[in-house]
Design a protein around this ligand. Structure first.
Ligand code: NAD
Length: 484
């Protein structure tokens, strides 16, 4: 018996989790469940991470968390427990499968267009660091963190998964045309990893173009890998293609701990009525069984689910309106009564149990992800983000006094658009500028040089933040302003 942690969650969570665990129980799935305390009611008890220390310890011991949706209390300044759990345990790959389900009518199923898309979303980085500041009364900024080793972890996982899935194609979606450094890094890592998988057709697409193509030609995509926020949006779009959030399972995969959950939330509007659709959580659970090597149980339950959907059995959120809906409990019972039956379409072939995906639980220190080969690094300048409501020329006049013998003022920009030495009077300003200084003769600078300039400039301006301008080898490691 393999032990797993179960957190039923909030809202419809307990109803759909009970339905799924009943199906597992009747299918004699060899799992032992340890209930852990997580969710809104745990926040309400005063635990500001939304989980008790005992829950954390259990999950770190058993390595698998099967969870229902959870609500984050609003207005208390606490962070989402769902995001915290994914990040704390480095579940770096969020994998979501979107497949045509017969019995779930969509415009595509009616047109005979089959969908089988797996979205792999980076799960730790990007704007989900939630590192945000108001740096003037008017200006809020968010740090978007994309790292080389973080991208490598998720992209390697996506390629391995695509190979196992026998995928026709793996696509990296991005916005590297605009975010050349961050999304550019993600794309670069994708292209490097692709060289190790010559058997897979690997290509890339700009994320807005992807959205249009997903809606017009969804059957041309197979595995898609994206950064966190873009992946979040694209995966909900894909859920819409196959019938909605009620059918979208998800797995958060890490090297030590994995979390399996539905994509949807706590559905407060229907909570407590026993009418929620448990399919997404059941499909997530089936994915968990496969991850644990329990292929026979997974196949039997999935075929029973597909057969049940084909028969037109449905909860109120989908299906043929001419057939009365069943409630959550009845839906689970229908699946149980269909154990051993094969759906006409999309039946899963018999599969032998396999060893569980290996995980190493006992860590005695935090893992440091670091690239082995690094380019030589030189500081060649600095960006100061200053608060000012003056005109660009006035700011330039003040800044020019501070350059000294080491720095020259390169340019001044506002919201990313250059406004000095050249620019347009039609560029509308806010009270926060970026003033860029570089080394006067391109000789590398020291941190002390930057601090000297910082102290000098702070006599004239409030400096909200600063960034070093680096050269990594012969590569410029910072963006240019629009118009520079
Ligand atoms: P939601 O997914 O809970 O609901 C959106 C709509 O879909 C609602 O009309 C709901 O009734 C319906 N719906 C969702 N799941 C359904 C199901 N299984 N069966 C039938 N209908 C279903 O999204 P929301 O209303 O934006 O969020 C509600 C709460 O859930 C928020 O507190 C949010 O933070 C949380 N949330 C949690 C998770 C998670 O735990 N991973 C994910 C998303 C949202």
């Amino acid at each position: 018996m393999r032990r797993i942690a179960v957190a039923k969650g909030d809202g419809i969570g307990p109803e759909i989790m009970d339905a799924v665990l009943k199906i597992f129980y009747e299918a004699k799935v060899p799992l032992e469940y340890v209930n852990v305390d997580m969710g809104k009611w745990v926040f309400d008890k005063g635990y500001n991470t939304g989980m008790t220390p005992e829950a954390k310890q259990t999950i770190e011991t058993v390595g698998i968390l099967f969870k229902g949706p959870m609500e984050t209390p609003k207005g208390k300044g606490v962070k989402s427990i769902n995001v915290t759990a994914r990040k704390t345990w480095n579940t770096y790959a969020n994998t979501r499968n979107f497949q045509t389900l017969h019995g779930v009518d969509t415009v595509f199923s009616k047109a005979g267009i089959p969908i089988d898309i797996t979205v792999v979303r980076e799960n730790i980085e990007d704007t989900y660091g939630g590192i945000e500041h108001m740096i003037t009364n008017d200006v809020a900024i968010s740090r978007r963190i994309i790292t080389r080793p973080g991208s490598l972890q998720v992209i390697k996982y996506a390629f391995e998964m695509a190979r196992r899935k026998k995928a026709r194609r793996i696509t990296c979606a991005h916005k590297a045309n605009i975010m050349k450094i961050t999304d550019g890094l993600f794309l670069e890592v994708f292209q490097e990893v692709a060289k190790d998988y010559p058997d897979l057709k690997a290509d890339d697409v700009i994320v807005d173009d992807l959205c249009m193509k997903l809606v017009t030609k969804p059957d041309t995509f197979d595995v898609i890998v994206l950064t966190n926020l873009q992946g979040d949006i694209v995966s909900d779009l894909c859920a819409g293609l196959i019938g909605g959030l009620g059918f979208a399972p998800s797995a958060n995969i890490g090297d030590h701990i994995c979390i399996f959950e539905a994509v949807h939330g706590t559905a407060p509007d229907i909570a407590g009525k026993n009418i929620a659709n448990p399919t997404a959580l059941l499909l997530s659970g089936i994915g968990m069984l496969r991850h644990l090597g329990l292929m026979q149980s997974a196949t039997m339950i999935e075929n029973a689910l597909l057969y049940t959907l084909e028969q037109g059995v449905h909860t109120g959120d989908f299906g043929n309106k001419a057939i009365p809906p069943v409630d959550t409990t009845q839906f689970a019972e229908a699946i149980i009564s269909n154990f051993g039956k094969q759906p006409e379409q999309g039946a899963k072939p018999p599969a032998e149990n396999a060893p569980a995906t290996e995980t190493k639980f006992a860590l005695d220190k935090n893992i440091m992800l670091e690239s082995k080969e690094t380019a030589p690094e030189n500081i060649i300048g600095v960006d100061f983000f200053i608060e000012s409501d003056e005109q660009p020329a006035e700011i330039a006049n003040k800044c020019l006094r501070h350059g000294g013998v080491k720095f020259r003022l390169i340019n001044i920009s506002n919201r990313g658009t250059q406004v000095w030495p050249t620019g347009s009077v039609y560029t509308t300003l806010v009270n926060q500028y970026n003033v860029r200084f570089e080394s006067i003769d391109d000789t590398p600078l020291k941190q002390q040089d930057i601090l000297g300039l910082y102290v000098s400039l702070s006599g004239d301006f409030k400096i909200c933040s600063s960034e070093l301008l680096l050269m990594l080898g012969d590569k410029r490691a910072y963006s240019l302003a629009q118009g520079q």
